[in-house]
Design a protein around this ligand. Sequence first.
Ligand code: HEC
Length: 290
Amino acid sequence: MLSRTSLGVIAAAFFGAVLIGAPAIAADEAPAASAHEAPIPPRNDWSFAGFFGKYDQEQLQRGFQVFREVCSNCHSAKHLAFRNLADPGGPQFSEAQVKALAAQYKIKDGPNDAGDMFERPGRPSDYWPWNFANDNAARTANGGGLPPDMSVLAKARGVKRGFPWFIFEALPGVAYQEQGADYIVALMNGYRDNAPAGEKLDGAQNWNDYFPSHKILMPKPLSDGQITYADGAPQTAKQYSQDVAAFLMWMAEPKLDQRKKTGFRVLFVLFILTGLLYATKKRLWSNVAH
Ligand code: HEC
């Protein structure tokens, strides 16, 4: 049987680890040793990481600019409606800005009374249009590679870790959940001009240290000075990649900060409940001889 003290120690250790320890421990993991395995992407300093993290509106606006000017030439974002760009907690452009932005895009609509499809200027309620008519058209334009839809890409590319990290990572509001964003930054900056000795690139392939198979059909999308920022942020590939990764994270998980707050409340209530139950148990058994 576990004594009262050891139970207390276990509970304290659990909550201690949950509240402070888990992200810190996971950070110490060494990158993969083998040259052919993709290394674990280095961590970035995200405003939305951690217990009280939230998105940085200016960064999301810059990230949107990168997405719009560069990534969306190839990638779709089927679940992003123009009006989402005005949502609280996101890039939060004004309604007027969103309306003007949407109107710059042509949206296929119809059929009209004559049975024909037609194009009209976009409205805030429209979804982000894709440059390609379908997947095959996108593949043909990209050397056979299909640019994945960006709606949930930042969440779909998390780095998988074994036991016991996945337990911590499953806890709401506590875990480090930014691996997907770290991966995107690493991928953007992981290109090499030439494949390492002994490796051969075919056709449209490029060498990328962080892409799982290394041979990626996406050409290096970001270089220093490529995009002009209006807010004075550094115009470097590194900055662009962090901004667009933050934007993609928001797109995949717009309610991240609310979810973290809920997680915190749940843990808090559980903590109080534990104390109450313990007090009740002591009280109930206090008159029983043992
Ligand atoms: C010229 C077209 C093009 C542009 C521009 C482009 N991509 Fe891609 N992207 C692709 C293609 C094609 C793939 C699929 C690569 C493959 O399967 O080899 C891809 C794949 C990806 C992946 C998935 C990698 C994986 O692990 O499967 C990410 C993430 C990504 N792109 C991010 C971006 C970001 C961020 C931008 C903008 C800064 C961007 N891309 C701009 C064509 C493009």
